[in-house]
Ligand binder design. Sequence first.
Ligand code: GTP
Length: 381
Amino acid sequence: MLSSNTTDEDNSKDSLAEQHSQIPARPMQQLWQKEFGHLPTMPSLFSPRPHSTVPSGYLDSHNDGVSPASAMSRSKSTRSENGFPSLISPPFTPTTTPGSPTLGPQPGIPVESVQVPEKLMKELPEVSCVVRARIPTTTGTEIFLHLYTNSIDNKEHLAIVFGNKIRSKSLDAPRPGETEMDRMIRGAYTGRLHPGRTTSREKGKIEERKPAGPALVRIHSECYTGEIAWSARCDCGEQLDEAARLMSLDPAGGAVVYLRQEGRGIGLGEKLKAYNLQDLGNDTVQANLMLRHPVDARSYGLATAILQDLELSEIRLLTNNPDKIAAVEGPNKEVRVVERVAMVPLAWKNMKGGVTGKEVSEYLKTKITQMGHMLPLPEGV
Ligand SMILES: Nc1nc2c(ncn2[C@@H]2O[C@H](COP(=O)(O)OP(=O)(O)OP(=O)(O)O)[C@@H](O)[C@H]2O)c(=O)[nH]1
């Protein structure tokens, strides 16, 4: 959705383009004309479009049968008659898997034909916890970080487990030929490690495998800016901290499934472009659409599979996002959300430590008014 507001800046851009086409040929252009018999059509003010990096046949199988060749010919129509590249960016390329880097720009396919990746996969991906380790945290709570591999991408998705009642089936499963030391090194032990320990299973102790009642769960998507770069444009960092706080207090423990689908699945680079579009007056939804991405390019099959591996078949889900609730239950209701726990911004509860400011207020407002997030909008926001 492109903003229809035409500003002075837009007008000046247009007149700049007009002036540009009237500028007499300079020596470099004359040389070009001599060599190639015509003037270059790409004005020097614009950088050339990168070539598509889409593997051959990709479009055929993923984008309503549009072949690369015919799509390429359509792309010519995205240029204006004077040969200037369109101000609209190339259309969205569906991510190959949730969170995988967005493929390079593609030739023009009308927005209407863009296929939004399916939120509900027909089958769950396979996941395997390859290593788990105890992390003493700065808040004093101990957590167990579980690192997963999976059958659909090569990203390191994680489960951050609170308490010792939640265990991974794939981690605990014996592996052929492994020694007790191997098991301890990959974290498949019960109790605690200590110098001189020789067995992965503590003698005389049977670890309780099931949490008492449905565990608290957060499905969290990576946000470099909010979690690492102290961004006050979103509440992602605050939500992660708050989820950890609540889980550390809960007797049933809990798990944060941390998915590497940065920027709602469009990747960090594209999210940073979206930020610039936001600074130009667009909201977070408009910015994604202007970049030819879906509003939300994420999927949650990996989260469901990880929850299954952790034997969390009934959960209390910390979220305001209705899509997430439906998607995380999986195609065959492998996981059941028995309760939704709202994530209310701390500042709205007059609590300390919340993200505040104009940007985060706009971001939250857009999520509520345009993305259907289930939070009452306080007066004055
Ligand atoms: N494209 C885009 N992504 C953003 C922006 N701000 C934050 N994000 C991403 O949005 C995602 C945050 O989503 P989650 O924390 O899972 O939360 P949610 O879907 O909003 O729903 P909740 O569970 O209610 O918090 C992360 O991947 C962030 O990187 C933005 O302005 N544009």
